[in-house]
Design a protein around this ligand. Structure first.
Ligand SMILES: Cc1ncc(COP(=O)(O)O)c(C=O)c1O
Length: 440
């Protein structure tokens, strides 16, 4: 067997659960742990769909073999157009961003050296100040990811005597942070997706010391935007404030991409915004908006900041390069192009009679429903040259399966038309929505 076929064999068997026994014939501790995990209800369901019910259409845990200059990728051996990238502005391919990362790697090496509690490279402060200037806030604090920001921030903001009111569809990392806050004594309550009435009832429950209302700026599966203005008015009427995780809105929504909260409220003075540096920014990390004093306090309180490593210097240089692009006229062209493509995709899909969610952010989702059919539809598109994520439970409700399209500014017109035509054929072949064909 030559090396390439050996590699292929290894790759195709890498998902198999290995089984080992000790020389005394007893299972190893790792085997016992594997066995225990396999009894977890979520894992059992995942494995059932993965291995038994839909092994050919599951399309998760895929390997990208190569990435082309545009949005062409080779995915599990098949060339496809990638409609599953968070790099909404296409800045992962931007020469200035790439050069900044290369240059900073040479200057600073690949690593900060320690937790930022001890020291930060000067680029960290510079990137935080650039982000703050862009957003019109006093300062920002960068975490290695949005998830780590959420896990560190929510327990810092809410504890005993405080209300932590969570939009039910909040991102998983917000829930993880909220559970720690709850263990610390915060009263953790949920309200149905952006339901003002339920939130008002929660606000009135008790004379809380503080009320923190947590919501995504852009719902990450549906791509839609909650009524942030109404939520903010209600929250502030009760003396609280909103914590908005705008991971998918950063760089995309509103004036100069300042995000969904800024667009709704006109300022970030009365809200805590979390932004992503890993999606539209095409770099790495997450950040929160702060005042100067609060920044120092958060550095002392947020465990995921204090006890972990930071974004490496080269990616901080990449973030600064993106801030420069956002400040330049070039950004108007990139964002304008993205918005035009989002409108084209949304309008095109709707004209096919499909049920489409989103339309403002770069996430445009088509409702399919059942898990099996959603997976089948994702596989159909892949077989026809387009990669679109099939989002199924637990990312969405059990029967709320979605085909989640991520539009990027560097998709070509031909790629967009091709996708819409593929959807027209898919709708006919799999009987999703009405059937009509787009002009080529
Ligand atoms: C709303 C929201 N928060 C957090 C995250 C996770 O971000 P990160 O990858 O930086 O941890 C995502 C990722 O998709 C998200 O949609």
């Amino acid at each position: 067997m030559d090396q390439s076929s050996t590699d292929a064999t290894i790759s195709s068997h890498s998902h198999a659960i290995a089984s080992h026994v000790e020389s005394n014939g007893h299972p190893t501790a790792m085997d016992k742990l594997t066995d225990r995990l396999s009894k977890d209800s979520l894992i059992r369901m995942g494995l059932y769909f993965y291995k038994e019910r839909c092994p050919d259409t599951h399309m998760k845990d895929l390997i990208v073999d190569s990435i082309g200059e545009g949005r062409e990728i080779v995915l599990e051996g098949q060339p496809v157009i990638n409609f599953g990238s968070d790099s909404f502005l296409g800045l992962d391919r931007h020469p200035a961003v790439q050069q900044a990362i290369i240059d900073a790697t040479r200057t600073w090496g690949t690593h900060n050296g320690s937790s930022r509690s001890f020291s930060s490279v000067q680029l960290a402060e510079e990137a935080e100040h650039r982000l703050a200037r862009w957003l019109g806030v006093p300062d920002t604090l960068i975490f290695p990811s949005v998830s780590l920001a959420n896990v560190g921030m929510l327990p810092s903001l809410a504890g005993k005597g405080d209300l932590l009111a969570m939009d039910r569809t909040s991102h998983d990392s917000l829930w993880q942070g909220a559970k720690i806050a709850s263990a610390n004594g915060a009263d953790l309550q949920e309200f149905g997706a952006a339901s003002i009435e339920t939130l008002e009832r929660l606000m009135e429950r008790k004379p809380y010391k503080e009320r923190v209302v947590v919501v995504d700026g852009v719902y990450s599966m549906a791509g839609s935007i909650p009524p942030l203005k109404q939520l903010d008015e209600l929250t502030r009427r009760y003396g609280g404030y909103m914590y908005v995780d705008d991971a998918h809105g950063t760089g995309i929504i509103g004036d100069r991409g300042r995000g969904a909260a800024h667009r709704a409220l006109g300022t970030l003075n009365n809200v805590m915004m979390v932004g992503s540096l890993s999606k539209a920014f095409s770099c790495l990390g997450g950040f929160v908006t702060t005042t100067l004093d609060m920044k120092l306090m958060l550095k002392m309180k947020a465990g995921s900041y204090m006890f972990g490593g930071p974004v490496p210097p080269n990616y901080l240089a990449g973030i600064i390069a993106v801030c420069e692009i956002i400040d330049s006229p070039e950004y108007d062209g990139i964002l304008g192009r993205l918005r035009q493509l989002i409108a084209g995709v949304t309008g095109g899909l709707r004209s096919l009679g499909l049920e489409v969610l989103g339309g403002e952010s770069a996430i445009v989702s088509v409702v399919v429903g059942e898990i099996e059919k959603t997976l089948q539809a994702g596989r159909w598109l892949y077989d026809h040259g387009y990669y679109v994520q099939s989002a199924v439970y637990p990312s969405v409700a059990l029967t709320g399966g979605l085909l989640r399209i991520q539009v990027n500014a560097n998709h070509t017109d031909e790629q967009i038309t091709g996708l819409l035509n593929a959807f027209a054929d898919l709708a006919r072949d799999l009987n999703i929505g009405k059937q009509k064909r787009m002009p080529r």
